[in-house]
Design a protein around this ligand. Structure first.
Ligand code: SF4
Length: 230
């Protein structure tokens, strides 16, 4: 989260230096009706967060997720969303457009503001525009100016779930299906040390090979060649 915030802050500083101003502000939740892709680890986090809500708020949010799914199901959209790994390249835009046309607010949207602002998914943090706010309700590639980020954290997180042999593309979960997805896909504990997870994360983030960190801790692998005295 902190890393994502730092990257976003630096990118915003850059666009402001170029004379542009952010249009995003509290009370403007148009983009919270878009198809929001989140990483699998965040989908589980969102599910935990909802389970931790006190009543009646918890049930209210669960009901909103269920209602949204029902609305989508009436037009067969969930099946399209569930089989998203089969999409051709341009289909993501078509499905995104179709989804946005349904005008389904995110279950966490309250008075056009995010009710989980401190815990919102990274995609929500990484999506900012400098084009006039009125264009957000009819976004096109021509009228929308999004803040370009040098690195995006959410796809890097998502790539952790790509390590299975069957995964062909970056796995992501539509925010609107997060509760169902997390229930069907419980977390699998990893036996990899934290340093290795950290290394992999930066490899995914930067798309650059990062050497394995040598360690003297027992049980941890080192890629350093044996020294002469070995
Ligand atoms: S989590 Fe918050 S910021 Fe993200 S789409 Fe939902 S309401 Fe909007």
């Amino acid at each position: 989260m902190n890393l994502s915030t730092s990257i976003v802050d630096a990118a915003v500083e850059d666009v402001e230096e170029q004379g542009e101003t952010l249009s995003c502000k509290k009370g403007c939740g148009v983009c919270c009706r878009q198809l929001v892709p989140i990483s699998p680890v965040e989908a589980r986090r969102i599910c935990d967060l909802v389970n931790e809500l006190s009543e009646p708020r918890g049930s209210e949010i669960v009901d909103r997720f269920a209602d949204s799914r029902l609305r989508l199901e009436e037009d067969g959209l969930p099946q399209t969303l569930i089989s998203r790994d089969q999409w051709q390249h341009d289909e993501v835009f078509n499905v995104g457009e179709e989804y946005f046309s349904r005008d389904i607010p995110c279950p966490f949207l309250e008075d056009e503001s995010c009710s989980i602002h401190a815990d919102r998914p990274i995609t929500c943090r990484e999506y900012l525009v400098t084009s006039p706010a009125e264009y957000c309700s009819c976004p096109t590639v021509d009228n929308l100016r999004t803040v370009r980020l040098p690195l995006k954290v959410w796809p890097a997180l998502a790539r952790f779930d790509m390590r299975s042999a069957s995964a062909k593309s970056i796995p992501w979960v539509p925010l609107i299906l997060a509760l169902d997805w997390a229930t069907e896909n419980p977390d699998e504990a990893t036996d990899q040390p934290g340093t290795e997870l950290f290394r992999q994360f930066f490899e995914y983030l930067t798309d650059k090979e990062i050497p394995v960190v040598p360690s003297t801790l027992p049980g941890m692998q080192s890629v350093l060649p044996p020294t002469r005295s070995d």
